[in-house]
Each structure stands twice: as C-alpha cells, then as structure tokens.
Design a protein around this ligand. Structure first.
Ligand code: DX5
Ligand code: ZN
Length: 237
C-alpha cells in the first residue's frame, strides 16, 4: 500500500490544524513529525508538547522521526504524548537493539533511519524487529533540500533483503520527495512516502496531496512492480 506521510515541518505553523485537515482530505494517511535537537542536526524543531497538541485534532498515526543525539531519553515522553511510530537514527544508537525494544515496549511501532552515507547492511540484525526502515534521501536537518538519487539503490536493496529474509518491514523515504522524484522511489520499492515542501509549500495543500498520490500510485501499478528494478535516472529539482 502506497502511503503519503505528510511532513508538518513545511506546514504553516500558525494554521497547523487547517493544514493537517487539508492533507487528510487530500489522502495523506500518516503525519510525519520531525524532531530535531540542534546537535545531531543543525536545526531545532518540536518536542513532546507538539505531539500532544496534534494528537486530539487528527486520527492519523503520528510518525516521529527522531533527529536527536539521545533518543532513549525521550521514548517515554513521546509515547505518553501520543506518538504511534518512532524512528531512530542508526548513527546515534549505540545499543540500537535495546532502543528498538524500548520503543515497542512503550506501545509504538519501532523504526530505524539511515543517513545517505550509512549502508543498508548495518541494519541486517535488527530488520526482523522494525515496522519500517526510513531511508534518508537528503542529509537530515532541513526541508526543501534536493533529492539524492543514491537512495534509490539502497531502497531496492532493502526490498531485496526483505524478500530474501522473508520479512515484512515497510520502506519509508524522506527528503526531496516530490512530484518529479516520487515515481523513482516507488519503483525502487518505497511505500511510505514522506513529503513536506511538495505538499505544503506552494498552492493548494489538499490538491497537492492528491496529485502526489496519483503519481505515486501510478508508478506502483506500472509495468515495473515496486522493488523489481534497481533504479532509474531521475530528474532532480
Ligand atoms: C529533513 C526531514 C524531512 C523534511 C522533508 O531532515 O527529515 O522530513 O520535512 O522535507 P521535504 O519534503 O521538503 O524535503
Ligand atoms: Zn523526517
């Protein structure tokens, strides 16, 4: 199932509830919430109070992407605030297995994230315990960056490993995913598509979400089913 995880980082914070309602009408089925600490990434965003504020205004699952040095310290607070999924970066988790166990223990779906420079192979031991793997297609920290095509081979590799290992984790992609790049990530095998600027930055949010999903779903039903081709050349913005 192809899903749009709308990244509220690019929304109008003064009208956040309206923007969330618009992406829901447009077909988004996940809200992606970027948590940044100013240390792991050079930017600061939201904490648990933001998740707590959003929780009552939407039925969509809240997908917290932890761009922080010490995610273990915040698992309980985000779970209590109402997060449904929590993804942690492989690069900061010294005891990744334990961190993922703790996320699951607190009732959230555990996920692991890899930066563009981090190889997929580093995840092999934890793949059986994750709900999804998030492949960064930009270096994390900011919205509106240019899509990095090197992520495509990593996505297709993860899709192959899933088949070989008989697992069922999902593959999420984040960064520069827009109408001109989304077909390539779907064809490579991603099915949870994070998009911020492409949905919120210009024009009509509801229609942007609809058009984005139309392109993504067309790619999923094209002659190359997801995960069957390594990658294709892609127009970057
Ligand atoms: C970047 C964040 C992304 C960001 C994506 O570090 O993890 O979720 O919101 O924004 P766009 O879609 O604008 O690249
Ligand atoms: Zn993100």
């Amino acid at each position: 199932m192809i899903e749009l995880a709308a990244s509220i980082l690019a929304s109008d914070f003064a009208h956040l509830a309206d923007d969330i309602a618009a992406v829901e009408r447009g077909g988004a089925t996940i809200l992606h919430v970027d948590i940044m600490d100013g240390h792991f990434v050079p930017n600061i965003t939201f904490g648990p109070p933001m998740v707590k504020a959003i929780r009552p205004i939407t039925k969509l699952p809240l997908d917290c992407h932890m761009m922080v040095e010490n995610p273990d310290d915040f698992i309980e607070a985000f779970a209590e605030a109402g997060a449904d999924m929590m993804s942690v970066h492989q690069e900061v988790c010294r005891h990744l297995h334990r961190t993922l166990q703790q996320i699951a223990h607190h009732g959230m779906q555990p996920a692991v994230v890899i930066n563009p420079a981090t190889p997929v192979e580093t995840l092999i031991e934890v793949l059986p315990m994750v709900h999804h793997v998030l492949v960064m297609s930009v270096n994390p920290g900011f919205g509106g960056q240019q899509f990095l095509p090197l992520c495509l081979e990593k996505i297709s590799h993860l899709a192959e490993m899933r088949d070989e290992l008989g697992l069922n984790y999902r593959i999420e992609v984040d960064g520069g995913v827009a109408n001109d790049t989304v077909a390539s990530v779907v064809e490579a095998g991603a099915d949870m598509l994070v998009a911020g600027s492409a949905i919120f930055a210009h024009g009509n949010t509801e229609r942007n979400a609809q058009e984005f999903l139309r392109i993504a779903r067309a790619a999923a039903t094209s002659e190359n089913p997801p995960g069957t081709i390594p990658f294709r050349s892609v127009q970057t913005r």
